[in-house]
Design a protein around this ligand. Structure first.
Ligand SMILES: [Zn+2]
Length: 116
């Protein structure tokens, strides 16, 4: 079970870090486009498009970075031997839940109780 969890986390980690890299690259490109364009956003339809694309991408970048952080935390718990144990009640988190959410830190009951 532990080695399954590790390989699951490692593939999640690879996906998340790839997303971090691609969103960062796209943002850098967009930043470059922005610099080259008229910065009067309000009167430039393309500027508005760039702005909404920018906020969409920063949202994606943040989500990817936070997933990467969660995966790293989960791998650290795996190394520490506390992976798969509810951080609130100390009971084991069901494998089915870990398959869906490999970086879950709480069992279903506690997650609901804590509003996670
Ligand atoms: Zn619990």
């Amino acid at each position: 079970m532990t080695s399954d969890a590790r390989s699951r986390l490692e593939s999640r980690r690879a996906e998340a870090s790839e997303r971090v890299a691609t969103t960062a690259a796209t943002l850098a490109e967009l930043m470059h486009d922005r610099e080259g364009s008229n910065d009067d956003d309000e009167h430039d339809p393309e500027g508005v498009t760039l702005s909404s694309e920018w906020s969409r991408l920063t949202g994606l970048a943040e989500a990817a970075a936070s997933e990467l952080q969660q995966v790293d935390d989960a791998i650290a718990r795996l190394d520490a031997g506390t992976y798969g144990v509810c951080a609130n009640c100390g009971r084991p988190i069901p494998t089915a839940r870990l398959e869906v959410r490999p970086f879950a830190t709480h069992c279903v009951a506690c997650a609901e109780k804590l509003g996670l």
